[in-house]
Design a binder for this molecule. Structure first.
Ligand code: CAA
Length: 248
């Protein structure tokens, strides 16, 4: 990399997000993250990262709210420069059987996990096209293609992610901008370890051919590749990183 590229990672303080942020900082990027406006520990997190040698810019943002995204992206652009790489990573679960699911829990997941792609990409895509270089990586899930018990909301949103990826990738393909989806399987983060042990051990782990949860570092490595110059010919792809679950 000749100049330090600016990467913005939504939910970049969270389980997977923190590893993506720190690995990208180690790889030489200027890293900015969004955190949810309710997160009271953001200052402490930034200090912890500083102590580990990473100077990470953190801005509040509700990715479900477009005005909040406008403000967050403007703040990053002002302090770090235009965004070269956007990682749409922020996501939530509200797992429950469809019988118990109400509209509030449906909307929360669809807005945070899918509307966010519009809200954030809208702020950066035109600039990437004008500059002739850009990368957008959208974090979906194995459950977007295979479905998951208790996740009608999450599976629907994550399936939508790849449709968005492919359509936008086509529109910017000749402008030096790639748009890709990655679909992690079960990674050892808080989101997964919150699943009851009984369900994790009896229903989920036996479905993973490599026989273990994935590591956040493994996902970060894939994102770093997709963000690189070498990945210029990869666009509109949906890359599975799930220990072989997609084969079943
Ligand atoms: N497959 C098949 N059956 C399942 C099941 C599964 N994955 N999970 C639960 N069941 C069955 C239970 O065995 C139980 O069966 P019986 O009634 O015959 O005993 C029945 O469904 C009801 O289960 P619960 O008692 O757990 O029901 P609940 O209402 O208390 O909880 C639930 C339902 C919240 C969906 C809970 O089962 C759960 O948390 N499941 C895990 C959901 C999941 O996999 N989430 C993924 C989170 S990680 C993630 O999303 C990251 C990613 O991208 C991969």
């Amino acid at each position: 990399m000749n100049q330090q590229r600016v990467v913005l990672i939504t939910g970049g303080m969270g389980g997977l997000g923190e590893t993506i942020s720190t690995k990208m900082a180690e790889a030489g990027y200027r890293v900015a993250v969004t955190y949810s406006p309710g997160n009271k520990n953001h200052g402490e997190w930034v200090q912890q990262m500083k102590a580990r040698g990473h100077d990470i810019l953190a801005v509040p943002c509700d990715v479900a709210d477009i005005d909040s995204c406008v403000q967050a992206v403007a703040a990053v652009a002002e302090q770090a420069g235009p965004i070269d790489i956007l990682i749409n990573n922020a996501g939530i679960t509200r797992d429950m059987t469809f019988k118990k699911m109400d509209k509030v829990n449906w909307d929360a997941v669809l807005r945070t996990n899918l509307d966010s792609l519009f809200n954030m990409s809208k702020q950066v895509a035109d600039g990437m096209v004008e500059r002739g270089w850009g990368r957008i990586v959208n974090v979906s899930s194995v459950n977007g293609s295979k479905g998951a018990f208790g996740q009608t909301n999450y599976s629907a949103a994550k399936a939508g992610v790849h449709g968005f990826t492919k359509a936008l990738a086509l529109e910017v393909a000749r402008k030096g901008v790639t748009v890709n989806t990655i679909s992690p399987g079960y990674i050892g983060t808080k989101m997964v370890t919150a699943i009851p042990d009984e369900i994790l051990n009896t229903k989920i782990l036996p479905q993973i051919p490599v026989g273990r949860l994935g590591k956040p570092e493994e996902v970060a490595g894939l994102i770093i590749y997709l963000a690189s110059d070498e990945a210029a010919f990869v666009t509109g792809a949906n890359i599975a990183i799930n220990g072989g679950q997609h084969m079943q």
